[in-house]
Every structure is written in C-alpha cells, then in structure tokens.
Write a protein that binds this ligand. Structure first.
Ligand SMILES: Nc1ncnc2c1ncn2[C@@H]1O[C@H](COP(=O)(O)OP(=O)(O)O)[C@@H](O)[C@H]1O
Ligand SMILES: [Mg+2]
Length: 257
C-alpha cells in the first residue's frame, strides 16, 4: 500500500516546495520508491527545485486528460534511483484537476510506488483541496509567525472535515508539524514564535524544525534538493524529519531548541 503524503500550509512561500523536494529525495535515499507530484498548476516550481525542468514533456494534467500515460509523464530523477517527478502543467485552467482524475492517477501510482508526495499550492482553493483530499499523512508546513500559524490551523480544520478520510469516516489523516525558516536568534529577541509557542497553538506532533538557511537558496538555484547538501544545517534537519516520517525516534538538534 502506498502512503500518500501532502505537504500543505494554507499560506504561500513558507517552504512547501522546498520541503516536498527534500522529503521525497530523503525517502528515496532510504530505499523507498517515491514519486513527488506538483499540484501547483500554472506555477511549476517543483521541477526547477528538482533540477529537471528541461526534461518536462508531458505533465499531470496531460495524464488526467488522457493525452499521455504515466510512463510518458514521469521523470526519473538523475541522482536517486528510486525517485520520480510528476510535473505540473503550465495551463491557466485551475479546474484541470478533477477529483476523479486525481484519484485515478494516485491509484495507478499506488500500484508501483511506496510513497506519493503531493506538493500543494497555497490557499484553500481547488488545487490545494485536490492535493490534500486523498492524503494519509499531512506535513503541515509552518513558519514561526502568527499569520502562518493561523493559516496552518485553518488547514487542520479542512484536513479534518473535507478530506476523503473525513468524508468516509475512516481513521483521520495523520497530521505532523514541520516548522521551517526557523531562526533561534530571532526567537530569542522575540521577533519569532518558539517551537513551544507553535506547538501549543497547533497541538500536533512535531516532525521537524528546519532552520532559516542560505543553503536552501543555493540549493534551489542549482536545482539540487537541499537534503543532498549534508554539510548544511537545513539538509541535516530534513534528514532527521525523513527519519521521523519513517517512524524513527530522532531527538531535536540542540541548536534548534
Ligand atoms: N529553510 C529555509 N531557509 C531559507 N529560505 C527558505 C527556507 N525554506 C524555504 N526558503 C525560501 O522561501 C521561498 C519559498 O519557498 P517555497 O518552498 O517555494 O515555498 P512554498 O512552496 O510554500 O510557496 C523560496 O525562496 C525558498 O528558497
Ligand atoms: Mg510551492
């Protein structure tokens, strides 16, 4: 059975695509056959961060519309054997993702993949709803600031009421908090909320704390997921988060407490 993981947030620009690329790569490095899907129709950020933008021929919407099959649209990552990318289309038609179409693609992917990572667009409109609807696990990506925490809280409400699991009265989506762009220095000066502050408001288990880091920009500019930079604090923090997703008990790095 494939696990469907949505990387979601409500607010834009918090690090969902960065995290989707890092987590999918991390799962593949752990030997798990993984596909990462870009649900952000019209923007197409994921293939840039994964460094495969020049190889995009067909996309998610082509597959849903029957214009290409999955084999034609999936891009095999050049660094990790177990990793594939399903890119977003550049169409302006935000309604291109239908519930039936997305469901069909996910169930086809579930036949061969262990993990399906869904990179959600921002907001709570159709694309974001599609990205979370079929999820088994949600990585609620949050920056340590009030507006981001508030939007994450709203997404928690949606996960609990509008997902397939909620509609069908199944076991709820497993919700995990990923704090990103965390700066211990700015927490000390009171400019940012602390891990404990955010934990108290959202009250869901913490899967990771990713520090604010120059290495993230460097990585995305060169099309290399930051988790592959194991000399960087952010890369190491994503590795720890992946271990926790896989059920390991990894303590939080001291400098992030
Ligand atoms: N840990 C981090 N440290 C520094 N910059 C980050 C970090 N995470 C994300 N960013 C930057 O924040 C911006 C938004 O990230 P992105 O992953 O595209 O967010 P989203 O997908 O939620 O819109 C990008 O410029 C990215 O490089
Ligand atoms: Mg994004």
């Amino acid at each position: 059975m494939a696990q469907i993981i949505v990387v979601t947030s409500g607010k834009g620009g918090v690090g969902k695509t960065t995290s989707s690329a890092a987590i999918a790569t991390g799962l593949a490095l752990k030997g798990k056959k993984t596909v990462v899907i870009d649900f952000d129709i019209g923007l197409r950020n994921l293939d840039l961060i994964m460094g495969c933008e020049r190889r995009v021929v067909y996309d998610f919407v082509n597959v849903i519309n029957g214009e290409a099959n999955l084999n034609q649209a999936l891009i095999k990552d050049k660094r990790c054997d177990n990793l594939f990318i399903l890119p977003a289309s550049q169409t302006r038609d935000k309604d291109a993702l239908t519930k039936e179409g997305v469901g069909q693609v996910l169930s086809d992917l579930a036949k061969t993949f262990e993990y399906i990572v869904c990179d959600s667009p921002a907001g709570i409109e159709a694309g974001a709803m599609m990205a979370l609807y079929y999820a088994d696990m949600a990585i609620v990506t949050t920056n340590p600031e009030v507006s981001s925490v508030r939007d994450s809280d709203r997404i928690l409400g949606i996960l609990q009421s509008k997902s397939k699991r909620a509609e069908e009265n199944l076991e709820p989506i497993q919700e995990l908090l990923l704090l990103t762009r965390y700066s211990p220095k700015r927490v000390k000066t009171g400019e940012m909320l602390s891990v404990d502050d955010v934990n108290e408001i959202l009250a869901i288990p913490l899967v990771g704390v990713i520090p604010e880091s120059q290495s993230v920009l460097k990585a995305s500019n060169s099309g290399v997921p930051v988790i592959l930079d194991q000399d960087s604090d952010a890369g190491l923090a994503y590795s720890d988060a992946v271990d926790r997703i896989l059920g390991e008990n990894v303590p939080l790095a001291l400098q992030l407490k």
